[in-house]
Design a protein around this ligand. Structure first.
Ligand code: C5P
Length: 220
């Protein structure tokens, strides 16, 4: 069974997808980490940022391995390195590139083949797995998402204001929802769940219910 979990940055997807996969005994796929890994390769190569074909070629040479909580780039564990602001600010060069997206989707499908999996991203229910049995679109208000992000960054020692995070977040939302291919949008058959004022465990409980309703319907 494939469970897709899409939604904007800061809706709590990663934490919730991991917990949901644990509860269901499913594998977990963090597709954002794939885009982050190829972006890290491009940052190290200093682009070339104005050459989409070269970036797609560079991405093609990357070997990306994911095992739940770790991401490896050509064998090197880059799980921490892919989370820096430098990587985040360059992601759009790769994520907006249709040839790169095609490669990433191909890899996502290869990883998911024959597995029960919770896969998390922006385009999982729409592009990567249009026939997935269970699709969820997680949302939260921009302010709540920015507050969560500030707490996360503060826990890592970064001092940043809610206003600053909100500005970056609005920019990323805009890019994510207006790109030509693989834009952030709920699949027509996705169930939308707002995580405002809910703990991650409450959200996971709700998602477990949704998955079991879908399973019963598929079996019944
Ligand atoms: O989820 P995360 O914030 O790690 O994703 C990083 C970036 O990768 C997102 O802002 C988005 O631009 C891109 N992404 C994407 N498609 C996905 C997952 C992530 O374009 N399926």
């Amino acid at each position: 069974m494939i469970v897709t979990l899409d939604g904007p940055a800061g809706a709590g997807k990663s934490t919730i997808a991991r917990k949901l996969a644990d509860r269901l005994g499913f594998a977990f796929l963090d597709t954002g980490a794939m885009y982050r890994a190829v972006t890290l390769a491009a940052v190290r190569n200093q682009g070339p940022w104005d050459d989409p074909r070269a970036l797609a070629g560079l991405a093609r040479q990357c070997r990306i391995d994911l095992d739940g909580s770790h991401v490896r780039l050509n064998g090197e564990d880059v799980s921490e390195l892919v989370r820096t602001n430098e990587v985040t600010s360059h992601i759009h060069h790769l994520a907006d590139n249709p040839a790169v997206r095609e490669q990433m989707v191909e890899l996502q499908r290869a990883i998911a083949a024959g597995q029960d999996i919770v896969t998390e991203g922006r385009d999982q229910g729409t592009i990567a797995f249009p026939a997935a049995e269970c699709k969820v679109f997680l949302t939260a208000s921009p302010e709540e998402r920015a507050k969560r992000r500030v707490l996360e960054l503060q826990a890592r020692g970064d001092q940043i204001s809610v206003e600053e995070v909100l500005e970056q977040q609005n920019e990323r939302d805009h890019r994510d929802s207006t790109r030509q291919v693989g834009r952030l949008e709920p699949a027509s058959d996705a169930i939308e769940v707002s995580t405002d004022n809910m703990s991650s465990d409450e959200v996971v409980d709700r998602l477990v219910e949704i998955v079991s309703e879908k399973t019963q319907r598929a079996n019944g």
